[in-house]
Design a protein around this ligand. Structure first.
Ligand code: PLA
Length: 430
């Protein structure tokens, strides 16, 4: 309401049909009138568009969310059992400690670093529960802005998960890119990565996807990790591992922790973000962890005190339901065994879908090379589809994916694989 209007005129305008020019000026008089409309999220925005689509054959290959072979969200049988166990214990709903329950942080750190980890044995790690992987990244990067004394510059692989640079932007933390993916070979560009790492200022932060790289599905081989570890050490960089898919690369959580464990053994003071969204199907529970390997127990204790101050002023303490589920599974040998089988089942179904998608496209006589669909690992396939082909897939076939041509293979099922293969063939052959 324009403040210049008389009180009577204002009341009248409110009680009758408000003329258009008043409606326009309503925004100007709001406390928030200058807030501009922001763009939809490049990944989660796709789910919003997908939900609005009424086409019966629509497919969502945007977000990395595992589906069973009927295309339905999958509740892991081991998680279901953990839920029942927790329910039967009639647990209370008291606050968790600021950093999360110690039994949880111990179990998740052990899952990442292994039972023989020296850092865990000597208590030189500092681990806190976080709001899933994103919360761990945010907290870790924010900690850098406040307490890191070296070069505050973060290096991301090209390409990387879209939210990585966005978090840095929010924190006004400078970030740059190093070469990672080679579009010609559809593989890892070891030479390019090494050259770029050698040019990074000493002390800067290098973000590494621990396994099942998002979006490319391309991981360094073991020997390549060894080379990376060596030069990262020489350059005195701080490695920050993002491990959002432990178990999804090879179907085995220990194999997938290879890089993290190698770096620990080689004496890196690394940072690690963990998520249980994917490997336990706990997307909405928002359960994860942030670990620093600090070099000595006193520094670890100081770091913990500062992390607690940051958490206390942000969300006070973490939620308890998701972490109880994770703890129940990781601390019971029988449940853990079942969970490892569940992880393998998910990883195997994705591999089967890769094979069927590739053979489905090739069956149509498509002239392009689709070997990378089965070569790449983890949840995603970086198809190489061009923006106009992606657009056609969505507009003509109601198949939703990110603009860079990434598809979540976990969203493909026996019911839609032939439809997707045919559509991909059609948009790439005309
Ligand atoms: N790190 C990477 C590399 C990720 O791909 C994701 C999730 C996360 C962290 C964060 O996951 P969390 O906070 O849910 O634990 N990436 C998804 C979802 C699966 C998303 O974009 O939020 C993706 O579709 O890329």
């Amino acid at each position: 309401m324009p403040p210049s209007m008389s009180l009577t005129a204002q009341v009248l305008a409110r009680n009758t049909n408000v003329p258009i020019f008043y409606a326009a000026s309503r925004a100007a008089s709001s406390f928030w009138g200058k807030v501009p409309m922001g763009p939809p999220d490049v990944i989660l925005g796709i789910t919003e568009a997908y939900k609005k689509d009424k086409h019966p054959k629509k497919v969502n290959l945007g977000v990395g969310a595992y589906r069973d072979d009927e295309g339905k969200p999958f509740i892991l049988p081991s998680v279901r059992k953990a839920e029942e166990l927790i329910y039967s214990k009639c647990m209370n709903h008291e606050y968790a400690p600021i950093a999360g329950e110690a039994v949880y942080t111990k179990a998740v750190a052990e899952l990442a670093f292994g039972q023989c980890s020296l850092a865990l044995k000597e208590k030189t790690n500092c681990t806190v529960q976080t709001l899933s992987g994103t919360g761990a990244l945010r907290l870790g990067l924010e900690f850098i802005t406040k307490h890191y004394e070296q070069v505050k510059e973060v290096w991301f692989p090209t390409p990387t998960w879209g939210n990585h640079p966005q978090i840095c932007n929010t924190l006004k933390l400078p970030h740059k890119k190093y070469r990672y993916y080679d579009p010609k070979t559809h593989g890892f560009n070891l030479q390019g990565a090494c050259e770029d790492i050698c040019s990074m200022p000493e002390g800067s932060i290098i973000l590494l996807h621990a396994c099942a790289h998002n979006p490319t599905g391309v991981d360094p081989k073991k020997e390549e990790w060894q080379t990376l570890s060596k030069i990262i050490k020489e350059k005195k960089l701080l490695p920050f591992f993002d491990m959002a898919y432990q178990g999804f690369a090879t179907g085995n959580v220990d194999n997938d922790a290879y890089a993290v464990r190698l770096f620990e053994k080689e004496g890196h003071q690394l940072m690690l973000a963990q998520s249980f969204a994917k490997n336990m199907g706990l997307y909405g529970e928002r359960v994860g962890a942030l670990t620093f390997l600090c070099g000595d127990p006193d520094t670890a204790a100081n770091m913990m005190s500062q992390l607690k101050i940051m958490i206390r002023t942000m969300y006070s303490n973490p939620s308890i339901n998701g972490s109880r589920l994770v703890t129940e599974i990781l601390t019971s040998p029988e449940l853990k065994k079942e969970w490892l089988e569940d992880v393998k089942l998910m990883a195997d179904r994705i591999i089967t879908m890769r094979k069927r998608l590739r053979s489905g496209i090739e069956k149509h006589g498509n002239k392009n090379n689709w070997k990378h669909i089965t070569d790449q690992i983890g949840m995603f396939c970086y198809t190489g589809l061009k923006p106009n082909e992606v657009e056609r897939l969505t507009k003509e076939f109601h198949i939703y994916l990110t603009k860079d041509g990434r598809i979540s293979v976990a969203g493909i099922s026996s019911n839609n694989v032939d439809y997707i293969a045919e559509a991909m063939h059609k948009v790439t052959s005309k």
